[in-house]
Design a protein around this ligand. Structure first.
Ligand SMILES: [Zn+2]
Length: 396
């Protein structure tokens, strides 16, 4: 009855997490990411498929002076197993962490005999081990031939997956379901259910410089226009969306009317409609600011992670995870999350996704990040069971 028990090697999982976490993979650390990608390509080579490293898509950002600059990223790992199968799923994870190469948090420390502290142990090198060992256990079952799958481990999730979002959409297409290996929402294993969305914007305001004493009326003050924009943006907040003006850059000497300002802000729409309504309102707002201040504006960015509602098909996948958990003596619950991840982008492709299939742990994105070590094998058993059920026809 239980096709997957007894085949998960907890010691091997822990050894991999320790080795992977010892390599710094801050999203901007291209050397570290390349080293990690090679380690992961090697590890995932045990699966009966093809392993490939895919170049990142080009990403532009706006510099403090308003100019566009290209941001380099690491390569993404893609594994394809039985691509001809009728039933196929997508499994995703990320190899990058929020800790840059020069951050103080680089080492692993045992907190007690079941808890390890270290960069990325929960978010999500532990999750990558859960995914890999679940797939290894699944491959040992009689059902394996009935399911194909793609694995994506991207290098840029922590900065919004701008260099991998097209790849995510390409790999999600035609899939029955997706599993993403972010750590559980709570240390007890609770899953993240619905998620809001997020968008990041840079607005370049271009005015006209002039002498602050001789001819100030001939200038067009970009900072004043940007300040007006900030106040009017904040006024667009509602129940369905929060708006956070985060950074205003620009200006020059005290005796110069500044001709450039760059405003950065983040939005958190709760619904797809709220995000679309904001973009529409922003267009009008920029036109009004241009008219009121005699400036030009350029808008860069937008919603990068759409809100993730849980529709009927996605709920079936949650119910399947809970049922599999019950069979293994694991009480699986879920709750709404304020965070975002690649699950948002997968759901936007119309594919049911549970995006917190990774380890139990906590304090992620901080030097207190920890992994509850026994959860490695526990969550791998859960995932293996879910994948086996999907192979046997659940959801299809
Ligand atoms: Zn993560």
């Amino acid at each position: 009855m239980d096709g997957t028990s007894g085949t998960i090697d907890a010691g091997a999982m822990l050894a991999q997490v320790q080795a992977w976490s010892a390599v710094n993979t801050g999203t901007a650390n291209l050397a570290g990411l390349a080293e990690q990608a090679d380690m992961l390509a090697d590890a995932f080579g045990v699966l009966p498929g093809t392993v490939e490293l895919v170049d990142p898509a080009p990403v532009t950002a706006i510099a403090a002076d308003g100019s566009a600059i290209e941001k380099p990223h690491g390569r993404h790992l893609v594994v394809r197993v039985r691509p001809q199968a009728n039933r196929r799923i997508l499994l995703t994870g990320h190899m990058d962490t929020v800790f840059p190469a020069d951050h103080a948090f680089q080492r692993l420390t045992w907190l007690d005999n079941a808890t390890i502290n270290g960069p990325g142990v929960a978010d999500m090198k532990g999750g990558i081990a859960v995914m890999l060992h679940a797939l290894m256990a699944f491959e040992a079952t009689a059902s394996a031939s009935g399911l194909g799958y793609d694995v994506l481990i991207n290098s840029d999730e922590e900065t919004g997956s701008l260099a991998s979002r097209a790849l995510i959409a390409e790999l999600a297409a035609g899939k029955l379901a997706a599993l993403t290996y972010e750590p559980a929402a709570l240390p007890d294993g609770t899953l993240a259910h619905e998620r809001g969305g997020t968008g990041n914007y840079s607005i370049v305001v271009t005015g006209k410089s002039a002498h602050a004493g001789r001819n100030p009326h001939e200038g067009r003050n970009a900072i004043v226009a940007a300040a007006d924009l900030i106040l009017r943006l904040k006024a667009l907040e509602s129940e369905d969306i929060t708006i956070n003006p985060a950074k205003l850059e620009g200006g020059a000497a005290n005796n110069v009317v500044p001709d450039t300002a760059v405003l950065r802000f983040n939005i958190r729409p709760k619904t797809v409609e709220a995000g679309a309504a904001f973009d529409h309102a922003l267009g009008h707002l920029l036109t009004a600011i241009e008219a009121a201040h005699g400036v030009a504006t350029h808008c860069h960015g937008g919603v990068t992670r759409p809100p993730k509602p849980v529709d009927a098909a996605a709920q079936k996948l949650f119910d399947l995870v809970r049922a599999c958990g019950a069979e293994l003596g694991q009480d699986i619950r879920w709750q709404r999350s304020g965070g975002v991840c690649d699950g948002n982008n997968i759901a936007a492709c119309g594919v049911p996704v549970v995006d917190t299939m990774g380890v139990r742990g906590g304090a992620i994105h901080s030097p207190d990040e920890y992994l509850i070590v026994p959860s490695l094998a526990e969550r791998a058993a859960l995932s293996a069971r879910v994948i086996e059920r999907l192979a046997q026809g659940a959801l299809s």
